[in-house]
Design a binder for this molecule. Structure first.
Ligand code: FES
Length: 136
């Protein structure tokens, strides 16, 4: 299943949404209505994760490892609704430590699943976009 790293024994716990809710991507100025009936939208990240939602709406959110908690390129800052998201696993926190500019509201988009009880506002940090897309 997308979102799980086969080399990490710890299973990420999350509560899937049961009703529609909205995720606003602040920097992109785009709000996406999430329909739990259609989740997962793809196979990148945990089902119904911020990454899954972003990609379904054509919002570019980098995911170098494919959404299995093995990089930090899907770093997002959850400005509103963080309390409705699953708790970060130890593996997520380890990867997040590698991300530039982390804040107390930082999460990995592929591992963060809102439960749909409240709308969520997310920012994809500029430094994440810039560092992941630089030509080498
Ligand atoms: S895409 Fe690699 S950790 Fe999320």
């Amino acid at each position: 299943m997308g979102g799980r790293n086969p080399y990490i024994a710890e299973q990420v716990k999350f509560t899937p949404a049961t009703k529609k809710f909205k995720v606003t991507f602040k920097s992109e100025g785009k709000t996406v209505e999430v329909d739990p009936e259609k989740v997962p939208y793809g196979d990148h990240g945990l089902p119904g994760s911020i990454l899954d939602i972003a990609l379904s709406a054509g919002i570019p959110l980098d995911h170098a490892c494919g959404g299995v908690c093995a990089c930090s390129t899907c770093h997002v800052i959850v400005h509103e609704g963080l309390e409705t998201c699953n708790e970060a696993s130890d593996a997520e926190l380890d990867e997040l430590d590698m991300a530039p500019g982390i804040t107390t509201k930082s999460r990995l988009g592929c591992q963060t699943v809102p439960d749909g009880t409240k709308d969520v506002v997310v920012e994809i940090p500029e430094w994440t976009k810039n560092s992941a897309r630089e030509e080498h």
